[in-house]
Design a protein around this ligand. Structure first.
Ligand SMILES: [Zn+2]
Ligand SMILES: [Zn+2]
Length: 98
């Protein structure tokens, strides 16, 4: 079974990457999301801190003065850890996001 996040070529714009994770623009939602390099569902608290640290840096630049929040809900690919940074208010994307 192929995984869209393991096969990350379909993602649009890359903001950050290292051996542990990367932050790219989500093709469906057009917002930054952080993706673990490994295909697994959960991460430790320490790993979570690193992941969201990278996402926050990118999101602060991406959204500028606008408010954003971290959306850890995984709708389409629940088995591979990733999280979106989304703007507030929550309005303009549909349920089809990754
Ligand atoms: Zn995967
Ligand atoms: Zn998305």
């Amino acid at each position: 079974m192929s995984c869209e996040l393991c096969d990350a070529q379909e993602l649009t714009r890359w903001y950050y990457q290292d051996d542990f994770c990367f932050v790219a623009e989500c093709e469906s939602c057009s917002v930054p999301m952080v993706v673990l390099r490994e295909h697994r569902r959960e991460v430790s608290a320490a790993e979570r801190e690193v992941l969201f640290g990278h996402l926050e840096q990118v999101a602060e630049e991406f959204f500028g003065d606008k408010e954003f929040f971290f959306d850890g809900l995984r709708r389409q690919i629940p088995d591979h850890f990733h999280a979106h940074a989304r703007p507030r208010p929550v309005m303009w994307w549909g349920p089809g996001g990754v």
